[in-house]
Design a protein around this ligand. Structure first.
Ligand SMILES: Cc1ncc(C[n+]2csc(CCOP(=O)(O)OP(=O)(O)O)c2C)c(N)n1
Ligand SMILES: [Mg+2]
Length: 670
């Protein structure tokens, strides 16, 4: 191919391409193929359609862009640098290096302008859908006739791998159902994946699949060079109001690389010095020095700065008018933008009477509803188990994807998408998402839960039916290893309240916890409401663990540590042990993570490092309890699966009885 005169647009596309392969080459690591193939669609989107302001990446009414195929992150970093975000050429040159702003996959907390952390394929599709949902919810709350304060779109580039992943199917099905008209996917249909041609494992008709989901499906036959066709499709996508749009853009992975294009060799390793040179040549790139950006290209990209400033100042002017007409709404908008809570949001939370019995799922549902009355940003839903999780907002109405009205999201039986969508809502900001299902099915959500933790997203996961105590449904539904497996996840806070009072405090703690996700782990079965005149107050939950019942005489010989439904059992066992003259302390430990945040003196007061022996009681695996019971301690726990029978019987049979706890405590002392 001999060098041909390029249009400015073509020059800009090739600037992205060459910059991306240079950065991958310099890092000696990374994915050159996607940027080479997807540069045209990304360029046209960013240059002609995306509403954004590089100088204020957090401007609330910007369009959202998610690169779901996060391995292609060099594409995104190039766009950010070239259009004028706070990402320098030096940053591009430090791709994948320690401490750089250009990590190996896009990270939300690291790089300004990155809207979602992606890399685990499929997640970005659900994140984008969550963003589009948040946009609608905010529009319904804040927009007034003549005042479109919230009016932006969500775009995502998705790859073959993204669309193979189950989560994209779940999420896209829901997006079609909700008729999210302001959502657009650009599908980088290059028919190649990591191991070879996509046809090794992917032969469905994606267009018909998306049509069946209720999406508008558009096609661009030559995504490598036909910028006008991409532009046209993007225009049509934005004319459609009542369906999300997917644009199938046929591209070549590694476009331009003479020896690797169209093969999986272009996917995930540097092209190699020679092939980089050949690729430049094939693209008709005149310059030899790496990382060269032609000044005319840069000028063109940087028009985004002026455009962005104009767009944002226009919005700010309109917002000022809105603020005059609707001062209260504007104040709420600002408060939500800051992430602050309204005054006295928790003034009227329900109180529960000692002597009654109530499942923590039931109590938590009442508390959540009371909070929702004061906290309009709280919205969420469940995966077809609302009747059991008690999480639907009674006054909330069902969410309408067109108008954005309603606060109850029916995710259907789609746990993974539910969690990924909740993350997207949290990334978007302005809303406070919660999602609910049975605790056992947290496994179906785990990849997204992990990303919530990694990104410090304030998503509240409500998980009910928290142990073998759920009974008859049997071992398929009875969580055993789930508590510990979530405690193993850095940045994730697990809270398993002991009774209705702690359930109230658990919700309070969850709302106050704004720098990471929280899992509320709640019982199906009724539990006695602990008499707080006799025992310590429930608001001690905020410290993670506390002395619920002190040993008579103040010097315990044994400390029983329990969480959730096992706390009532510990109190009963304490009565028996004390009856035998064994001074016994009961520590309620709803949250390891909150406890670890306390000063050492407090932790040592609750669990003295020397002296009394400790026995943990929890209907879950023993793994991990050594941390708190020490080498001399023990745990009444569960290193096997449960069984199908009435809950009380399963608990009794598997060792969660007063007799067994007393016996085990006695054995420890001896
Ligand atoms: C959940 C998950 N599984 C596996 C991977 C590893 N992986 C990265 S990219 C990829 C597939 C690449 O194919 P495609 O998505 O079509 O991207 P392209 O090669 O076209 O850029 C795989 C398997 C991953 N990132 N996430
Ligand atoms: Mg592919």
């Amino acid at each position: 191919m001999s060098p041909v005169r390029k249009s400015l647009d073509e020059l800009c596309v090739d600037t992205i391409r060459t910059l991306a392969i240079d950065a991958v080459q310099k890092a000696e690591s990374g994915h050159p193929g996607l940027p080479l193939g997807a540069a045209p669609m990304a360029y046209v989107l960013w240059q002609r359609h995306l509403k954004h302001n590089p100088r204020d990446p957090k401007w609330a009414d910007r369009d959202r862009f998610v690169l779901s195929a996060g391995h292609g992150c060099m594409l995104l970093y190039c766009l950010l640098h070239l259009t004028g975000y706070d990402l320098t050429m030096e940053d591009l040159k430090s791709f994948r290096q320690w401490g750089s702003k250009t990590p190996g996959h896009p990270e939300w907390l690291v790089t300004p302008g990155v809207e979602a952390t992606t890399g685990p394929l499929g997640q970005g599709t659900a994140n984008a859908i969550g963003m589009a949902i948040a946009e609608r919810a905010l529009a319904a709350r804040f927009n007034r006739p003549g005042h479109d304060i919230v009016n932006h779109r969500t775009f995502a580039i998705v790859s073959d791998g993204d669309l193979m992943e189950g989560i994209s199917g779940e999420a896209s099905s829901l997006a079609g159902h909700l008729k999210l008209g302001k959502l657009t996917f650009l599908y980088d249909a290059n028919q190649v994946t990591l191991d070879g041609p996509a046809s090794l494992a992917f032969s469905e008709d994606v267009a018909r699949r998306y049509e069946a989901y209720g999406w508008q499906v558009l096609k661009v036959e030559d995504g490598n060079t036909d910028l006008d066709a991409i532009d046209e499709a993007l225009k049509r996508a934005q004319l459609e109001q009542s369906r999300p749009t997917i644009i199938l853009v046929r591209t070549t992975l590694g476009y331009g690389s003479p020896n690797k294009a169209g093969t999986s060799e272009a996917h995930g390793s540097p092209l190699g010095k020679e092939e980089v040179a050949l690729t430049r040549k094939a693209l008709g790139w005149e310059w030899e020095e790496p990382f060269f950006v032609p000044p005319v290209a840069l000028d063109n990209f940087r028009t985004a700065v002026r455009r962005g400033a104009d767009l944002q100042s226009d919005w700010e002017r309109r917002f000022a008018g809105y603020e005059k007409s609707f001062p209260e709404l504007a104040a709420e908008w600002r408060r939500r933008g800051r992430g602050d809570l309204p005054d006295s949001w928790d003034a009227d939370l329900p109180v529960f009477q000692a002597g009654e019995k109530e499942a923590t799922r039931t109590a938590a549902g009442k508390v959540e509803n009371a909070i929702a009355a004061k906290l309009p940003e709280l919205l969420g839903g469940d995966a077809d188990l609302g009747v059991s999780t008690n999480t639907p907002l009674k006054e909330g109405g069902n969410f309408d994807g067109q108008t954005g009205a309603g606060r109850n999201l029916h995710f259907g039986v789609r746990e993974h998408a539910m969690a990924g969508i909740a993350n997207g809502m949290a990334y978007h900001g302005g809303v406070r998402p919660f999602v609910a299902t049975f605790f056992c099915f947290s496994d179906y959500m785990r990849p997204s839960v992990r990303l919530a933790a990694l990104n410090e997203l304030p998503v509240i996961f409500v998980w009910t039916h928290d142990s073998i105590g759920l009974g008859e449904d049997g071992p398929t539904h009875q969580p055993v290893e789930h508590l510990m497996s979530l405690r193993a996840m850095p940045g994730f806070t697990v809270i398993r309240p002991a009774d209705a009072g702690e359930a109230r405090e658990a919700w309070r703690a969850a709302i106050l916890h704004r720098d990471g996700p929280v899992g509320l782990v709640l019982s199906r079965q009724k539990l006695p409401v602990i008499d707080r005149r006799k025992y310590a107050a429930a608001d001690n939950l905020s410290k993670g663990a506390y002395v619920l019942a002190e040993a008579s005489g103040g010097a315990p010989r044994v400390v029983l540590i329990a969480s959730g439904s096992e706390v009532a059992l510990a109190l009963e066992a304490r009565d028996s042990l004390e009856g035998e003259g064994i001074a016994t302390r009961v520590v309620s430990m709803p949250s390891w993570e909150l406890f670890e945040r306390q000063p050492r003196e407090y932790r040592e007061e609750v669990l003295p490092p020397s002296g009394p022996v400790r026995l943990a009681i929890e209907a879950g695996v023993s793994l991990g309890w050594k941390k708190y019971v020490g080498d001399w301690g023990d745990s009444v726990s569960l290193d096997r699966y449960g069984a199908s029978a009435p809950g009380e019987e399963v608990l009794e049979e598997l060792g969660f009885s007063v007799d067994n706890v007393v016996r085990r405590a006695r054995r420890l002392i001896e």
